[in-house]
Design a protein around this ligand. Structure first.
Ligand SMILES: [Zn+2]
Length: 42
């Protein structure tokens, strides 16, 4: 399961790339920040 995120929490950029590890991690193509999306329960 992968959660969706639309905006980088650091710079607001929308060009996000999913990372294999850790789970639910995304990398911002603009500021190169990597962050994990948590706290979204279905
Ligand atoms: Zn960013």
């Amino acid at each position: 399961m992968r959660l969706a995120i639309q905006y980088c929490p650091y710079c607001g950029e929308q060009d996000l790339r999913p990372r294999e590890t850790p789970e639910n991690a995304w990398e911002c193509a603009d500021c190169r920040s990597t962050f994990v999306v948590t706290g979204v329960a279905a």
